[in-house]
Design a protein. Structure first.
Length: 574
């Protein structure tokens, strides 16, 4: 397991657990890096010839060396904007009640001039005491008005599919009882018909359009903050799953076209400390096939599908929405939800047949244009509709190695898995979302479906390519918690096991964040495992990951992160 010793190494690691994630999942004890490339993997004798006077030799002392982590579904700019100090943290456990959220806003009011918008991210009714005690109790403008009568307040939910505002924000937006809800959205009203300050799905555009778009500097600051956090977590690659005109109205444009321009500038300036894959977002959730085709054509004409350095910033394909994720509202299911949920499509108000035809046409167009497709699907019927559309497009226009995939796939069916496997396609799942929502899933979808949600075991056994992502800022991009969740299937709040039959092994879980995520990026031949000739994207984790209690994995510190041979996070020298 050695390479030719024709140059001294920049970095040499010895004395640890070098988890190669090669085809055999072999474990070595030493590794050498020269010029951003892995030169040797094996034992101490294999790397000794590469050690020169300027080589940094790192004694791992039993620590674990992994391929750099590839979070394959992560909204980087949005995560930076949603993270302090750029935004209030109203997530659990920082905030555990509506009163806590109001207190966080009160403190922010004391720091900013009168009239300035206050934003926060992360609230979740499943972890707000008042809402847990009474599920009918939802966040309201009245909870915020007392502490912020003169500052407009916008608090985004952890999922990004609901927004909570105060009365001042409603006033500035011009939203009242007579305001119609946009397609695919809901303005929640009280018994008297007055808006409560809670906006769902497409109705969030009403507040988004009232906020000033992010400046170029704000986008830059957000991405820099995100990159610093990714380096601390050992993340060396990630996918921005949707940047383009369809994101211009989301989180003040964090998913918009200008964000891609900022990424390109950071690449040119040498500041992109993680590899970036991008799905273009031509349109939003409720679009027709013609609107999608027109927007995609315009994006292609402007050169937004190109990159100067595709190993650092690659445009892989396009993102499409097939359904939403709010229980009882937009997940497209074969059978209704518990409690009388519609069990049908509610995006844009189309009938099932109409939306199926639109999805077929969108997928056929993007496939024919040569793009990889990442399609947002949560409900089981949505999964079947999209995978059948993949198969139809591939049959009509055969294209080798398309690597289309479904995003989320919460309720991926056996039929969908069979189709994906047959056509060498994939699914991108989110274990930390499972961890976050497992305690409340049964209320909405029933015990059987809750246990099945995010069926890792079944998907792998069916031969589907499975990659994992955090969907940050929906959840924190901590792959360690994701690995623990895939192995344990335990919930965040109660530690309750949800669907033990969907557990996978530690090796399989690691693969979803490394070599299988690289497959999604068309890059498994040059990244994703620790093998001679591959790029030196590395993550050092304190302790022996292979023998650790899975419950301890989330607290195992990341000691060192290397991207392309460059050290971007280092506690070993502290």
């Amino acid at each position: 397991m050695t390479g030719a010793a024709d140059a001294h190494a920049d970095l040499v690691f010895v004395g640890g657990q070098v988890v190669t994630v090669d085809a055999e999942f072999s474990v070595a004890s030493a590794l050498a890096v020269t010029g951003g490339i892995i030169r040797a993997v094996g034992g101490r004798d294999d790397v000794a010839p590469f050690i020169g006077p300027d080589t940094r030799v790192i004694d791992l002392r039993g620590a674990t060396l992994l391929p750099g982590i590839n979070d394959s579904h992560l909204h980087g700019c949005a995560f930076g904007m949603a993270t302090p100090p750029l935004s209030l943290d109203v997530s659990h456990p920082t905030v555990s009640s509506l009163a806590d959220a109001a207190e966080a806003v009160r403190v922010a009011v004391g720091r900013v001039p009168k009239g300035q918008w206050i934003t926060g991210h992360g609230w979740d009714t499943g972890y707000l005491d008042e809402c847990v005690a009474d599920p009918a109790r939802q966040p309201s403008r009245h909870d915020l008005d007392g502490v912020s009568p003169d500052h407009p307040v916008v608090l985004y939910s952890f999922s990004g599919h609901a927004t909570w505002v105060n009365s001042k924000a409603l006033e500035l937006i011009g939203l009242d009882r007579d305001t119609p809800a946009p397609p695919g959205g809901a303005i929640v009203a009280d018994g008297a018909g007055e808006p409560t300050g809670l906006l769902r799905e497409g109705a969030q555009a009403l507040v988004q359009n009232a906020l000033p778009p992010l400046s170029r500097q704000e986008r830059t600051d957000a991405i820099r903050a995100a990159l610093a956090e990714f380096a601390r977590l050992g993340i060396t690659s990630y996918t921005e799953p949707g940047l383009g005109p369809g994101g211009d109205g989301i989180m003040r444009g964090a998913l918009g076209t200008q964000t891609l321009e900022v990424y390109r500038s950071l690449l040119a300036e040498g500041e992109l400390t993680a590899r970036l894959g991008v799905l273009l977002l031509p349109t939003g959730m409720a679009s027709t096939a013609q609107e999608f085709a027109d927007s995609l054509t315009a994006l292609t004409a402007t050169g937004d599908g190109e990159s100067a350095d595709p190993r650092r910033l690659a445009i892989h394909g396009v993102k499409v929405f097939a359904d939403g994720i709010v229980p009882n509202k937009t997940s497209w299911m074969h059978e209704p939800y518990v409690g009388g949920g519609c069990g049908s499509l509610c995006v844009g108000g189309e009938s099932d047949d109409e939306r199926t035809a639109e999805i077929d046409a969108i997928i056929r167009h993007a496939h024919g244009a040569g793009y990889q497709l990442g399609v947002h699907v949560t409900g089981d019927r949505a999964c079947d509709t999209v995978t059948d559309a993949f198969a139809a497009a591939l049959t009509a226009q055969p294209r080798p190695d398309a690597r289309h995939y479904v995003i989320h796939g919460d309720f991926l069916t056996a039929h969908s898995m069979e189709v994906l496997a047959a056509h060498d396609l994939g699914v991108n799942m989110n274990p930390t979302i499972k961890w976050t929502v497992a305690d409340m899933e049964e209320e909405f979808v029933g015990a059987g479906r809750a246990a099945y949600a995010w069926p890792y075991r079944d998907a792998l056994d069916a031969g589907v390519h499975v990659a994992s992502g955090s969907d940050a800022p929906v959840t924190h991009p901590d792959w360690r918690q994701g690995v623990a969740t895939m192995v344990l299937r335990e919930s965040k709040a109660a530690g309750r096991v949800s669907g033990p039959e969907q557990r996978i092994t530690l090796a399989e879980a690691i693969r979803t964040y490394t070599i299988d995520a690289a497959w999604q990026d068309f890059a498994e031949d040059w990244k994703g495992s620790l093998e001679p000739g591959k790029v030196a994207d590395l993550c050092v984790l304190e302790g022996d990951l292979l023998t650790a209690d899975p419950h301890d994995i989330p607290t195992m510190p990341v000691l060192l992160t290397v991207m392309d041979g460059r050290v971007v996070h280092d506690t070993l020298r502290d």
